[in-house]
Design a protein around this ligand. Structure first.
Ligand code: ZN
Length: 200
């Protein structure tokens, strides 16, 4: 069956042709990118998602920051920080931070693993299509980098008042931002859908 693709920008329909290594297909009308050749998309996205899940667990398990004031040491991790926001009357902010830094990245990672792991072994998991669509729709909600900027700003402000010791979680969190971005870049939804169709 011949595969067709519509331009995301101007909706012009094109025939899908195999691309050379690192090749890019662009729209003949508006010039926007239609699709690009992403080598080993399944394996690479899968391994990046696995690495992401490990980093996610580290980022949530270990201390994020420690504040030293005199002999007092305050340690926080990601979830206790959100709890403090919640109990101090900033419920909407707490919920937003929880969704964008914990729930959305976790849903994205688990969704990708759920879809890609069986596909790697030529199996289709139940509810493949809705889960894979969900992974796409949840992606914009994952905004860990915004949170990271917020943390950096407050660290700079607090540095005058207390000694700040970064924890394992903050490094894991930073690595997770990069790994999730790399997983998103490595993923070629078109090829994943094609594999699914062949197995069906
Ligand atoms: Zn176009």
């Amino acid at each position: 069956m011949e595969s067709l693709i519509a331009c995301h920008e101007c909706d012009l329909i094109h025939r899908v042709r195999p691309l050379p290594k690192k090749g890019v297909a662009s729209c003949i009308r508006c010039g926007s990118v239609l699709y690009r050749h992403k080598p080993d998309t399944l394996e690479r996205t899968l391994s990046l998602s696995l690495a992401g899940l490990i980093l996610f667990l580290l980022a949530n398990w270990f201390p994020f920051l420690a504040l030293k004031m005199g002999s007092q040491v305050h340690q926080t991790n990601l979830i206790t920080g959100i709890k403090i926001l919640y109990t101090q009357g900033m419920q909407p902010v707490a919920i937003l931070v929880f969704i964008t830094t914990i729930l959305a990245p976790l849903a994205q990672l688990l969704g990708m693993l759920y879809v890609l792991l069986p596909l790697r072994h030529r199996r289709i998991p139940p509810k493949f299509a809705p889960v894979f669509r969900f992974v796409h729709s949840v992606q914009p909600w994952s905004m860990m980098e915004v949170f990271m900027v917020g943390i950096l700003v407050s660290v700079v402000k607090l540095a005058k008042m207390a000694q700040i010791v970064p924890g394992i979680a903050i490094f894991s969190f930073f690595a997770l931002i990069l790994v999730l971005a790399a997983a998103t870049v490595a993923l070629d939804p078109h090829e994943i859908w094609e594999r699914w169709e062949k197995l069906r």
